[in-house]
Design a protein around this ligand. Structure first.
Ligand SMILES: *[C@@H]1O[C@H](CO)[C@@H](O)[C@H](O)[C@H]1NC(C)=O
Length: 264
C-alpha cells in the first residue's frame, strides 16, 4: 500500500515537473538564433524573443528539428519600457518561470550609423561623433538588458537558481583598449553593460542567482558584415557550455566563449 502510494506520488511529481525554460533576446540575430538551437537541443523550452523579424530563427530551428521546443515571440524592443513591460506581463500570465535569461540583443554602431548616413561605413569616428547614435547604442546595448532583467525580477519570473547571461564584448574591456581605440559608442555601451552585470551579480548573490558576462569572439554575422574569426555555431556552442557550467562562485565573471577570462 505504502509502496503503491509512493509510486503514485512519483508519477504525479514526474508528470508535473516542468522543463527548464530559457528566454533568449535578440533571437533572430546571428548569435541569438544559434543560442536558441543550442538550448533547445539541450532539452530547454526556449522563448525566443525578437524585436521585429524572425525569419532567420524560424529557419534555423526548423532545420535543427527543434521547433517543437521553441516559442518565437515578436515585439520585444528592449529600448521601450512599455514593450518590455507588456512582454514580461505576457510571460507572467502564462506562468512562465525563466531558468536562464540570455541577453543576446544588441547593435553595432555601423548598423545604426548606416541608417542615418547611408553609403558611409564609419562616420562614428573622433571628430564626427554623432551623440544621438552614441546614446542610442547605450540604450540598446546597456540600458535595455538591465531594464528587461529588472522587469523579470520584479514580476517574479526569475527565482532561486536562475542564471542571467549577457552577451557583452571584449570591445567593452577597458583594460584591453590600448592599441586600436575608436569604436566609442560600442565600447562605452558594452563597458556599461559589464558594470550593470557586475552589480547584478553582487545584488542577486543572496537570492541564489548567478550572472555572467560573455565575449562571443569576433563572430562572423550580418552585424560584422560577415567578417570574423569564429562562426556563430561554434561561438554559440561555447557560450552555451559556459552558461551551463555557471555556478555561484563563478558569478560576476567576464569570460569568452572558450572559457578564458577577459580583463575588465
Ligand atoms: C564553478 O565554476 C567554476 C568555473 O567553471 C569551476 O572552476 C568550479 O569548479 C565550479 N564550482 C563548483 C562548486 O562547481
Amino acid at each position: 500500500m505504502r509502496r503503491a502510494l509512493r509510486c503514485l506520488l512519483l508519477v504525479i511529481t514526474t508528470h508535473t515537473a516542468r522543463g527548464a525554460v530559457a528566454l533568449i533576446t535578440g533571437a533572430n540575430g546571428g548569435i541569438g538564433a544559434e543560442l536558441v538551437v543550442q538550448f533547445a537541443r539541450a532539452g530547454y523550452d526556449v522563448v525566443a524573443a525578437c524585436r521585429s523579424r524572425s525569419a532567420h530563427v524560424h529557419q534555423l530551428v526548423s532545420k535543427a528539428s527543434v521547433a517543437n521546443r521553441v516559442k518565437v515571440l515578436l515585439g520585444l524592443d528592449v529600448t521601450s519600457p512599455e514593450k518590455v513591460n507588456a512582454f514580461v506581463d505576457g510571460l507572467k500570465r502564462q506562468r512562465t518561470a525563466v531558468d536562464v535569461l540570455v541577453h543576446a540583443a544588441g547593435v553595432a554602431t555601423w548598423q545604426l550609423s548606416s541608417v542615418v548616413y547611408p553609403g558611409t561605413t564609419e562616420p562614428m569616428t573622433l571628430g564626427s561623433l554623432d551623440y544621438g547614435l552614441v546614446a542610442r547604442a547605450f540604450e540598446i546595448n546597456a540600458v535595455g538588458p538591465l531594464r528587461l532583467t529588472e522587469a523579470c525580477l520584479k514580476e517574479g519570473l526569475l527565482g532561486t537558481g536562475a542564471k542571467i547571461a549577457f552577451v557583452s564584448s571584449k570591445l567593452g574591456s577597458v583594460a584591453s583598449n590600448t592599441r586600436l581605440g575608436a569604436n566609442y559608442a560600442y565600447r562605452m555601451s558594452k563597458s556599461a553593460l559589464n558594470a550593470a552585470g557586475r552589480s547584478l551579480a553582487v545584488d542577486l548573490r543572496p537570492k541564489g542567482m548567478s550572472v555572467v558576462l560573455l565575449h562571443p569572439g569576433y563572430v562572423a554575422t550580418p552585424m560584422t558584415g560577415d567578417r570574423g574569426d569564429v562562426v556563430a555555431t561554434v561561438s554559440a556552442a561555447g557560450l552555451f557550455r559556459r552558461i551551463a557550467a555557471l555556478n555561484a562562485s563563478a558569478s560576476g565573471s567576464f569570460i569568452d566563449y572558450d572559457g578564458r577570462q577577459v580583463p575588465w
